[in-house]
Design a protein. Structure first.
Length: 520
């Protein structure tokens, strides 16, 4: 158990401050003098004790003006409720425990998490690495598979677009999750996604690889969708976008694993297949997550059964922005390797270095965007990220050398601001009984946008014999997306889900008398 011991020499006012129960990252309660236990905070165990010794110090003045000093040994013992991530969150939490900042630290959400929320978020972050790897696998390897199978840009674009059909599987699983629960379907998606990805290592041609990835990406999409739904349902009102940012970062970490091992593909024409076997190593990790992950608190809680017909306006709005954003983002990310190899002669190792250096700083932008989305609102942050990221990303396809690196770097960082601000909307704007299904529909429409963008980008690249003109045309998508966000999106920051969706609040009120009758 981590222990922080601090020695203080304070006067009476300083002692009084030390004896005040903490109300920052940690909320304390006290049943005894100088002993404090956890009222709320991201800890599974917590205790603070003050050992106070009084003394007198002569300040050089008269005896009656001597100041009473107190020697205080403050000992805090705690255990973080973040399995698997204590090595990451431990140092900043230790700093917060030691420094006792006023309010919440800069790196934390503006709402305090309890032990359950912290534990669930840590487990969801862990399994999101699996979703991130599965979701980017074909994007990183298709250029090498295409070389082995003799396929051009058009065939690659068609394959990447066809893989999106797997979204129909995720839509079915999402609808099932609204009836059967989030946890069970999430774990099924994780295991099945890893197994079907591994089958792709045996592909004899691009068609078979596309078919195996259609199924695997369907499960991966369902996994990412349900992770997002569970996070929104479990987090306090001031931490939903923040949690979405952390999950995005760990998903990017999973995607980064494929980059770290991508140089293997340079060893042999068929070596890219090794990357499709890596998900098998994640199966023990999924088992660990399964042991600790509970069912979503809001799914277990009584909630209204609501028809989709009453929510068409919100659904159409979110589907429209998902389509427009994916129209550019999908080809920009998935043709990146092909663009860099064909137009700039990058090797697999250079691809890895380029992607790591231009995307890793986006992690900081995600943290900043998540905190800003909670404190300053979602709409403006989301609009800036969408429009700015799209324009800078398109510019990167026109440049070469150092300017190209900087265009991709800043474009990725600006676009990353959008992630925590906007990824929570599909879950926030729908009641519990529709939340997964609505997310599934929005995801499918977004993937239709991805497929459309991939086909257009591939065809335009073959037509112009370069990617820049087509990507500039497609960049109109995120710019229009930003306009829709500013004009039509509601602000959901710092609002409870039941406030945004009164159907669930009414169901809870109706359930209260029934619960009281059960106790009588």
């Amino acid at each position: 158990m981590p222990t922080v011991v601090i020695q203080h020499l304070v006067d009476a006012a300083g002692l009084a401050r030390l004896r005040e129960p903490r109300d920052d990252l940690i909320a304390e309660s006290s049943d005894a003098v100088d002993d404090y236990d956890l009222s709320e905070g991201p800890f599974s165990e917590y205790h603070r004790h003050l050992d106070v010794t009084a003394g007198r110090e002569d300040d050089g003045a008269r005896d009656d003006e001597a100041v009473t000093q107190y020697s205080v040994v403050e000992t805090t013992e705690y255990t973080l409720a973040t399995p698997g991530w204590r090595w990451v969150i431990g140092p900043p939490v230790r700093w917060a425990v030691k420094q006792r900042p006023e309010g919440f630290p800069w790196w934390s959400p503006p709402s305090r998490m309890d032990a359950r929320a912290a534990r669930v978020l840590a487990l969801l972050c862990t399994i999101s690495m699996v979703a991130g790897y599965l979701g980017t696998l074909i994007s990183q390897t298709i250029t090498f598979a295409a070389d082995e199978f003799g396929a051009g840009n058009g065939a690659q674009g068609a394959t990447l677009a066809a893989v999106r059909i797997g979204a129909l599987l995720s839509l079915w699983m999402a609808a099932m999750a609204d009836r059967r629960g989030r946890r069970r379907l999430l774990l099924i998606a994780a295991v099945a996604g890893c197994l079907t990805a591994a089958v792709g290592a045996l592909s004899p041609n691009l068609v078979v690889l596309g078919l195996t990835q259609t199924v695997s990406r369907g499960f991966a999409t369902a996994l990412a969708l349900l992770i997002g739904v569970m996070a929104v349902e479990e987090m306090p009102k001031g931490a939903r976008a923040y949690a979405a940012g952390l999950i995005t970062m760990t998903s990017a970490l999973g995607a980064g694993i494929s980059l770290w091992i991508l140089p293997i593909a340079d060893l042999d024409e068929r070596a890219w297949r090794i990357l499709y076997l890596v998900p098998l190593a994640a199966l023990p990790l999924i088992r660990v997550v399964a042991r600790g992950l509970p069912e979503s608190v809001r799914f277990v809680r009584r909630h209204a059964s609501v028809a989709l017909e009453g929510h068409w306006g919100r659904l159409i709005l979110l589907c429209s922005t998902a389509f427009l954003g994916a129209l550019f983002l999908a080809p920009a990310s998935q043709f990146q390797n092909t663009f860099l190899r064909d137009e700039h002669g990058f090797t697999a190792a250079q691809l890895t270095i380029f992607t790591i250096l231009t995307t890793t700083p986006a992690g900081l932008a995600i943290v900043v965007g998540g905190k800003a989305a909670e404190t300053h609102g979602r709409r403006m942050i989301g609009a800036i990220g969408a429009a700015g990221g799209g324009m800078l990303g398109a510019l990167g396809f026109w440049l070469s050398g150092v300017p190209m690196w900087f265009a991709w770097l800043f474009g990725t960082m600006v676009a990353a601001l959008t992630v925590p601000a906007l990824t929570v909307y599909p879950s926030e704007l729908f009641p519990t009984s529709l939340r997964s299904k609505a997310n599934g529909i929005i995801t499918v429409v977004g993937l239709l946008g991805s497929g459309t963008g991939l086909i257009l980008a591939g065809v335009l690249a073959d037509t112009f014999d370069r990617f820049a003109p087509g990507m500039t045309i497609l960049a109109a998508g995120p710019v229009l997306m930003a306009v829709l966000i500013l004009v039509f999106y509601p602000e959901t920051a710092q609002r409870e889900l039941e406030e945004i969706n009164p159907e669930d609040a009414e169901a809870n009120v109706l359930a209260a008398p029934l619960l009281m009758d059960g106790f009588r």
